[in-house]
Design a protein around this ligand. Structure first.
Ligand code: PRT
Ligand code: ZN
Length: 283
């Protein structure tokens, strides 16, 4: 039996619930309940604030958790990172008022910086030999320069829209984050076995995201050239067709390369190209 901590509400909650569901783990999504038992996997879900997840996992209140690596880095708790999950992507960056001339990281020497990530920032400045005044504030960090509380901020950025709206400019990307599965450092043998199962299911979901399954009919003589277009694929599926000199080729293509590859395949004479969503890629 594993107990997994996930964010009760907020940016990571929906993706966590979807990941569990895709992994065949169904839990009542009742936001009012602190703990919910899954019906079809030996797991119990504990709904917490994201800030509390690293500590809950370090203390063993939860055995594993899903949380942003930004929180893991800031809290400095003894937890192990099991795998990255490919959602909740963001960075923690230093930003300064738009019209100020930036001279490089030395600019921050002696400056006042508002942040909710003081430990990550202290660590970065120590590495760079910068001495600055770090002011920890809990929310709305981005307004601190405008109200005269700080010269700069160190905050989470994803699209950058919030910085622009507040007249700020990102000058240093310090920490790159995404959601990760973390674990208590000493789990029992039985829990480790359950964690392996969970990891296996999560990996096949994470790896299949952004991939497409493509089927086509191809002149058999073009098969080698078509296969050469798909580097990294160990062995494509090739089926004979009733029509002589033709075969059916099945390949998996990353979504961002889809159109380019499809055009190349068409140029080789591929016909009847079908593109299907890929739900799971089990290795
Ligand atoms: O209530 P609880 O404490 O659980 O939630 P929270 O309010 O502390 O966190 P929440 O739900 O906002 O974010 C949870 C996690 O999502 C963070 O710890 C990050 O790992 C991740 N994440 C990904 C983000 C963003 N993207 C993000 N854009 N967290 C916050 N933001 C905020 C950022 O602080 C800024 O205010 O969104 C704004 C910037 O967005 P852009 O797109 O304008 O740059
Ligand atoms: Zn939080």
């Amino acid at each position: 039996m594993l107990r997994i901590a996930i964010q009760a509400k907020g940016r990571l909650n929906e993706d966590c619930m979807a990941l569990l569901k895709d992994a065949g783990i169904n839990v009542a999504a009742s936001k009012r309940k602190l703990v919910a038992r899954a019906t079809d996997f030996p797991i119990e879900v504990l709904y917490l604030r994201d800030d509390d997840i690293p500590q809950a996992v370090a203390m063993g209140v939860a055995d594993v958790g899903i949380v942003g690596l930004n929180e893991v880095a800031e809290r400095g708790e003894a937890v192990s990172e099991v795998m990255r999950l490919g959602f909740g992507g963001c960075r923690i960056s230093l930003a300064i008022p738009r019209d100020v001339t930036y001279t490089g990281v030395e600019w921050f020497e002696g400056k006042r910086i508002a942040t909710s990530y003081p430990n990550v920032l202290k660590h970065y400045f120590a590495e760079k030999g910068i001495h600055a005044h770090i002011h920890e504030i809990a929310g709305s960090v981005e307004i601190a320069p405008a109200v005269g509380m700080a010269d700069a901020i160190f905050d989470i950025v994803s699209s950058g829209g919030t910085l622009v709206q507040n007249g700020l400019r990102e000058v240093e990307q310090v920490f790159h984050s995404e959601a990760a599965l973390i674990a208590h450092p000493s789990l029992s043998a039985e829990q480790l076995a359950d964690l392996e199962k969970l990891k296996f299911r999560f990996s096949s979901i994470v790896e299949s995201r952004g991939m497409k399954y493509v089927l086509m009919n191809l002149p058999a003589e073009k098969l080698d050239e078509a296969v050469a277009l798909m580097p990294g694929m160990r062995s494509p599926t090739v089926l004979p067709l009733a029509a002589e000199g033709w075969c059916s080729l099945h390949v998996v293509i990353p979504e961002q390369e889809l159109w380019e590859k499809v055009e190349q395949l068409k140029a080789l004479g591929a016909e009847g190209i079908l593109v299907l969503a890929l739900e799971n890629m089990i290795r």
